[in-house]
Design a protein around this ligand. Structure first.
Ligand code: GH3
Ligand code: MG
Ligand code: MG
Ligand code: MG
Ligand code: MG
Length: 304
């Protein structure tokens, strides 16, 4: 993994000494340099993946205090450690720097061993923090995903639907959902076994995904029930998508090494806004009513 550092000081000599010292222990691959806070901040905006900043306090145009305040005020930058370089042993300046959000300080002229040690500690913390952030993102993705089909799960789908309905209410553009249920799926399990049943679920999930646009959301709603959220989509377009999914399911065959079987799917469609419909629950209820009628009228069909 490559480590990137930004060194901000108005003295060319100080920057050079710092880089020379750090290069001698070589735990950084990439040094960026700036002569004042403003230049440093511009470099930082262009390189938000910088791992550590060493920053002088007294500089022309923008001093170290102002620089730190600006870094800490931005969500994308505020976790980057900043070590301040103070020219004098002034207690007040160190305290002020730390209060503004500095992670540590080094006094100039610096002791090379101390500089290396302090940089090492801050880098270690930053790398740990990055790792934690990655783990959190992975965990979040896992908690939104259905493990069998890799579609989103019901919980996340409801979250998205809530958000999308609010957006739709604001913008006035329509949103549609498809509620899909595999026909006679119990029979598939009973006849061919649960394992082939699972394969069918994965295949149907892929059929659904294939027929959606990138900003549509497909989720496994329950055992053999799926939901597709289609933002910015009026009823007639939603019916077209549903019909394509229905036809593609009917046309595909599912097989393991021994058997091949035909599967069909029933789909209920609902659109928001619609008179008498003002919540996520209403929208799902309307789609569910469509699905119920699709089943009772013979399955393998789309009903709104
Ligand atoms: P209908 O056409 O009315 O929908 O009939 P159906 O048999 O599909 O409906 P029902 O709701 O009675 O049965 C759903 C079945 O789905 C029952 C359950 O065993 C099966 N099922 C639910 N989750 C899973 C799963 O994760 N894997 C497998 N293989 N089967 C599942
Ligand atoms: Mg200076
Ligand atoms: Mg069902
Ligand atoms: Mg079913
Ligand atoms: Mg049923």
């Amino acid at each position: 993994m490559s480590v990137k550092m930004l060194i901000i000081d108005d003295s060319d000599k100080v920057r050079e000494q710092i880089i020379q010292t750090l290069q001698s222990v070589s735990f950084c691959d990439h040094y960026l340099q700036a002569r004042d806070g403003l230049e440093g901040f511009k470099i930082l905006i262009d390189n938000p993946t910088i791992d550590l900043i060493l920053c002088d306090l007294e500089m022309p145009r923008m001093d170290g205090f102002k620089f730190i305040t600006m870094v800490r005020s931005r969500d994308d930058l505020k976790n980057i450690p900043v070590i301040i370089l103070t020219a004098r042993e002034t207690r007040e300046l160190k305290i002020k720097g730390l209060e503004q959000g500095a992670s540590d300080y080094v006094t100039k002229p610096f002791d090379p061993g101390e500089l290396v040690a302090r940089v090492k500690v801050q880098l270690k913390l930053k790398l740990l923090q990055d790792e934690l952030k990655r783990s959190n993102e992975m965990l979040k993705e896992l908690s939104n995903t259905d493990p069998l089909t890799q579609l989103f799960n019901r919980r996340y789908m409801m979250e998205v639907l809530d958000r999308e309905i609010q957006r739709t209410a604001r913008k006035g553009s329509p949103i549609s959902i498809l509620l899909m249920d595999i026909d006679h799926f119990k029979k598939v399990n009973d006849t061919y076994g649960h394992q082939l049943g699972d394969i069918v679920l994965v295949n149907i999930a892929n059929v659904i995904k294939k027929h959606l646009r990138t900003y549509d959301v497909a989720a496994r709603y329950g055992g053999e029930e799926f939901v597709a959220i289609l933002p910015e989509t009026p009823l007639d377009e939603a019916i077209t998508v549903a019909e394509r999914i229905r036809a593609a399911t009917q046309q595909s065959s599912f097989s393991n090494k021994l058997q091949t079987l035909k599967i069909t799917i029933s789909i209920g469609v609902a659109t928001f806004p619609m008179p008498g419909l003002d919540s996520v629950d209403d929208l799902i209820r309307i789609a569910d009513e469509g699905l119920y009628r699709a089943k009772s009228e013979g399955r393998n069909r789309v009903i709104t």
